[in-house]
Every structure is written in C-alpha cells, then in structure tokens.
Design a protein around this ligand. Structure first.
Ligand code: C2E
Ligand code: MG
Ligand code: MG
Length: 349
C-alpha cells in the first residue's frame, strides 16, 4: 500500500506508477534466481473517489483488479473506470440502487443431485434482477457493476436474508430439510462485518446455520490465504458450510488447499463441458476428484448438460452434480413443485 500525500494530479500519479513498474521490472535476479516480477497498481484519489479510508482502499482494490484483468504489469485509475462508464451503465447503476429498495431482486434455485441415488441434496441460490424495462436479468449483467459500486454488500445481505427466510418457510410448509448454497462476492468475503452480520441474519430468521452453505472462489481465498483461513474457520465455527466454486480456474496453492476448512469442491463447468471427448478434461476431472476426496471434500460437478457427461463423472467417483440435464435454476414455486414431485424420481440413475 502506498500513500501519496498532497498529490492529486493524475499526471504526477501516473509518473509515480510508471516509475514503480519500471523499478520492479528491473528486479531480475534474487539469490541467483531468474525472476519475472510485475506489478498491478490500482490508484484511488481523495476526495474524488472516496472520502474515508475504507472507500479509498475499496476503490484502489477495484482498480487493481481491473489492472490485473487487463493483463497485469500496468496501473489503473479508479475514477477513470467510472468516467469510462457509458450512459447505459450509469442508468443501470441508478437502477441497481433503486432495485433493492423496490424489491426487484429474485432468487432462483438450482437443485444439486446425488450421483448415486439421484435424490436432491440441496440447492444453489442464484440471483436474478427483475428489471422494470429489461426483464429478468442474469448476474452477468449486473454483478460486476454491483461489485464496482459497492452495492454488492447490501445486495448480498438481502440475498442471505431472503434465502434464510425462504428456508424457514419451506420448513414450515413441511418440505424436507434442504441446504442452500449462496455465492459470496469478493468484497463480501473481505468485509469485516461478514461474520457478525451473518450471525444476526441466522438468528433473526431462526435459521439453523448448517442449512447455509457459502460458495467462494479460489481467487477470493488466494488473495490473502492466511486471512482467508481465519475467516473460513470462523464461518465453520458458526456451523456454516463452505464450498470452493469454479475450482480449477484460479490459482490455488495445493499447500494451502489442505488448510482450508472446506466441505465441498465444485469442478468448474469448463472442465465438464468437453467430457467425455476431451482426454485432458477427463484426466483433470479424475485428478481433482481424487485430490478432493483425499482431503475429505465432497465433489460437485457444475454445468452438466449431457447424459454422457454424467456417466463419466459418475464413473470417476464424483459425488453430486448440477446442470441443465436435471434442471436449470428455478423460480421458488417451480423448485417446490420439483421437490414435491419427487425430484428426478431416479430418472438420472
Ligand atoms: P456460479 O456460482 O458458478 O453459478 C453457476 C452458473 O451456471 C449459473 O449461472 C447457472 O445458471 C449456470 N448453469 C447451471 N447449470 C448449467 C448448465 O448445465 N449449463 C450451463 N451452460 N450453465 C449452467 P448464473 O445464474 O447466470 O450465475 C452466474 C454467476 O453469477 C454465478 O456463477 C455466480 O458467480 C454469480 N452469482 C449468482 N448469484 C449470485 C449472488 O447471489 N451473489 C454473488 N456475489 N454472485 C452471484
Ligand atoms: Mg456458485
Ligand atoms: Mg461455479
């Protein structure tokens, strides 16, 4: 972290960033080892981009991730990010703010199926935005913007509360006990208030904590693995279960993976897609399943669309799956019908 005082001029900050990049790129040899060191710099200025340290750090962080996304070894200004937003994005951002107040968000639920028995083991909650003009929007249309604007925090809390309330309602309606997985965003995972806020939501909705599963990604935990391990232990101590989502797309250190108190590992859709024809993907899937099992994690495959994909995954010992082969994410009433009708009724065995 670098604090540059009394220097808000973008040209001067650009100059400093350039010097840092150049200085680091010269670190070629350390202790005789050839190294290739690069920086990704996110720049946030006071007061234009934020008025307190929290806002400034969050802005710098967003800008840094943008620099990484653009290929690393570069810098990005937070403010330039927002300025580059098109009028459409700005309108969407305003809509996002109001959407929460107006109750426009919806949670859809995708069933997770046990590979052996074909019975439903739980659901994943997936957020939708019922936009007044654009119709039902998928997360790809708004999650990133919610993340950039910080709105993901209140939206994420709304989702957690909604899911807990629905879970309670299902229990009262006599439905079988059903764990619900909720995706966490990177900023929620970094937010210090996560554990107390979650505890409050569980308590005020009267939800058993083991009903709730949180899905996090490798990049979220690998950003600061030691901190992440502490947070994950705190969450586990509350009774909440944890899943690593999109596994295989990030850069997990295997050394750390064994320290993570994770219950489930989700094999990313990109490895499932070309099964069974891609020999590489069969090999990767096999290795991931073996590794997860030896670390005593349950393995879930996501994005299963074809019977033949299911067959390979089952043969390789995968525990559960999700995908269009069974059901897409469903509105609550459709999910309830699916459960009441007996799930897949063994048709996928
Ligand atoms: P994810 O958590 O990896 O969710 C799986 C995505 O795969 C979902 O997309 C789901 O609809 C889709 N999917 C399920 N089965 C299949 C299949 O058989 N084939 C294909 N091609 N796709 C399938 P969705 O709902 O659009 O969500 C996309 C991403 O948005 C999620 O990826 C998750 O990262 C994020 N997201 C969703 N809900 C939330 C939320 O409440 N909070 C946060 N922070 N992120 C969320
Ligand atoms: Mg997920
Ligand atoms: Mg996923």
């Amino acid at each position: 972290m670098l604090l540059v005082e009394e220097q808000g001029d973008p040209a001067a900050l650009t100059e400093i960033a350039r010097k840092l990049l150049a200085a680091v790129s010269e670190l070629r040899k350390i202790d005789g080892h050839e190294l290739n060191v690069t920086l990704s710099i996110g720049i946030c200025t006071y007061p234009a981009d934020g008025r307190d340290s929290r806002a400034l750090l969050a802005g710098a962080d967003i800008a840094m991730y943008r620099a990484k996304d653009r290929g690393r070894n570069r810098f990005c200004f937070y403010s330039a990010e927002l300025q580059s937003h098109t009028p459409e994005t700005l309108a969407l951002e305003a809509g996002l703010r109001h959407g929460l107040e107006r109750g426009e968000f919806r949670v859809y639920y995708q069933p997770k199926i046990d590979m052996r028995t074909g019975s439903i083991t739980g659901v994943e909650a997936l957020l939708r935005w019922q936009h007044p003009e654009k119709g039902l929007l998928l997360p790809e249309k708004f999650i990133q913007l919610a993340e950039e604007t910080g709105l993901i925090i209140p939206i994420g809390l709304w989702t957690l509360r909604e899911v807990c309330e629905r879970s309670k309602a299902w229990k009262d309606a006599g439905l079988p006990r059903m764990p619900i997985a909720v995706n966490l965003s990177a900023s929620q995972f970094r937010e210090e208030q996560l554990v107390p806020q979650l505890a409050e939501i569980l308590k005020s909705t009267g939800t058993d904590s083991d009903i709730l599963e949180l899905e996090i990604t490798e990049s979220m935990v690998m950003r600061d693995p030691d901190e992440a391990v502490k947070l994950m232990r705190n969450l586990r101590a509350m009774g909440v279960r944890l899943t690593i989502d999109d596994f295989g797309t990030g850069y997990s250190s295997l050394g750390y993976l064994k320290l993570f108190p994770i219950n489930n590992l989700k094999v990313d859709r990109s490895f499932v897609r070309d099964l069974p024809h891609s020999r590489d993907d069969v090999a990767i899937t096999r290795a991931v399943i073996a590794m997860a099992h030896s670390l005593e994690m349950n393995v879930i495959a996501e994005g299963v669309e074809l019977r033949e994909q299911l067959d390979v995954l089952r043969k390789e010992g995968c525990d559960e799956f999700q995908g269009y082969l069974c059901r897409p994410p469903l509105a609550e009433e459709d999910l309830i019908r699916f459960i009441r009708d007996g799930g897949t009724r063994g048709t996928l065995n």
